[in-house]
Design a protein around this ligand. Structure first.
Ligand SMILES: [Zn+2]
Ligand SMILES: [Zn+2]
Ligand SMILES: [Zn+2]
Length: 278
């Protein structure tokens, strides 16, 4: 499996547009790994995880042909993860040529909310239209969906009950990864699902630094707790890749400084464009 981070920021990006804090100033100076766009990722250049607002520039920077995307795995519909304006260009009114069929996988609540954003852009459009090439696949926590050689396992993220936000285990050819953002908490039920897999890659929400948690997401202390529990339960081993993403400027630091602390705790800090193969 080839996995690439297209964006590793929380909703606010780094640097945050009007912010003058130490981290945002350093990001503007240093650039590189310290410039973070809104969280999104792609598997094997064909399975997009979250159709976010920075998708166009991410595809250009990392040379990804989005016309080849066959699957959209949507965690939830918050505006940093779903951009209705990009999505509606699949309708014939925008004259997009030779659409690749798209399998959309999400909760039914996320689908309803995506339709809300679509209609904010074009009131006459509807996600359930049969005229554009897509299939909707609704999952709830614990469901397993097989699409071609991929296995998708849905897990409740507790991040937004209204839209039944999900995080996912994705498997292909005996390899498994966990994409865990946005994530508030892994319940006992969630652990019971994850426990069934040996994970080659774990990606976790580290919106906040320790002591800065404003709610809705994990902070670095909670990331370390989850990683330790995954090791204790033998879900991951010393060969598994473990990365934090969805980084905000609140209590986090520059990439290099965060790497020093995270390496002590046996994980890494993701950066935009990072590609992993396993
Ligand atoms: Zn988010
Ligand atoms: Zn800032
Ligand atoms: Zn969110």
């Amino acid at each position: 499996m080839e996995f690439q981070f297209l964006g590793t920021a929380a909703a606010t990006s780094v640097p945050l547009v009007f912010c003058n804090c130490e981290l945002c100033q350093q990001a503007r100076r240093k650039k590189g790994k310290d410039i973070r766009k809104r969280a999104s990722a792609i598997i094997n250049n064909e399975m997009l995880i979250d159709l976010g607002p920075d998708l166009c520039s991410q595809a250009e920077i990392y040379d990804i042909d989005l016309s080849k995307v066959k699957y959209l795995l949507q965690t939830h519909s918050h505006s940093d993860h779903f951009d209705g304006g990009h999505f509606i260009t699949r309708w014939s009114e925008y004259a997009t040529k030779n659409l690749t069929h798209l399998d959309i996988i999400c909760s039914s609540g996320t689908c309803s909310d995506m339709n809300h954003w679509i209609k904010e852009n074009e009131p006459s459009f509807d996600i359930h239209d049969t005229s554009w090439k897509k299939d909707m696949n609704y999952l709830k926590s614990g469901d397993i969906k097989v699409v071609n050689d991929y296995e998708i396992i849905a897990v409740d993220s507790e991040h937004d009950k209204r839209v039944e936000a999900l995080v996912y285990i994705i498997g292909q050819n005996g390899k498994y990864m966990f994409y865990g953002t946005d994530l508030l908490n892994l319940s006992r039920k969630a652990w019971n699902i994850i426990q069934n897999y040996k994970l080659d890659l774990v990606v976790l929400d580290q919106t906040y630094g320790r002591g800065y948690n404003q709610g809705g997401h994990l902070d670095s202390g909670q990331v370390i707790q989850i990683i330790n529990e995954m090791r204790d339960r033998k879900i991951i081993n010393e060969k598994s890749y473990v990365y934090a993403t969805h980084i905000s400027h609140e209590g986090n630091d520059t990439h290099d400084n965060m790497e020093i602390t995270s390496n002590v705790n046996k994980y890494h800090i993701a950066y935009d464009g990072l590609k992993l193969e396993f």
